[in-house]
Design a protein around this ligand. Structure first.
Ligand code: AMP
Length: 120
């Protein structure tokens, strides 16, 4: 899948759509999800044009990957969920129900989240 620069997170990165970043570094931006599913629901995105977790894993530089993983702990601490725990979700592709085609992690916490997936 080629990168679509009209996706909503590309617009946020360009400043075409406003956001309230909770974290901003050379390679990473994080901001609240517009439809939060829990008291803490932050989206963590690379600033590079990567369509998915698969694309990021295959194509991002070592510096981008390191910065992305470093950001997770910093954001969790800043949002007050480092001790109580949280869930990271990277919906990927069609079966993963990914809606926005710019790689992002959901960092979700602030309450007990229950089992990973609903039982069938
Ligand atoms: P996904 O299904 O993993 O692609 O999730 C995309 C997420 O982006 C959803 O949880 C949306 O609520 C969120 N979202 C869409 N537009 C915005 C926006 N302008 N600002 C913040 N979050 C957004």
């Amino acid at each position: 899948m080629s990168y679509d620069p009209s996706n909503v997170f590309a617009k946020i990165l360009r400043g075409d759509i406003p956001s309230k970043p909770v974290y901003d570094s050379d390679h990473v931006l994080a901001f609240p999800d517009i439809s939060p599913r829990a008291p803490v629901h932050i989206l963590i995105i690379p600033k590079g044009a990567y369509t998915s977790a698969q694309d990021f894993s295959e194509s991002a530089s070592a510096a981008e990957k390191l910065a992305f993983f470093d950001a997770i702990a910093a954001i969790a601490t800043q949002c007050g969920v480092a001790e109580t725990g949280y869930r990271l979700i990277a919906n990927t592709g069609a079966n993963g129900h990914q809606e926005v085609p710019h790689f992002h992690l959901h960092l979700i916490g602030g309450r007990a989240l229950g089992p990973m997936l609903p039982q069938d």
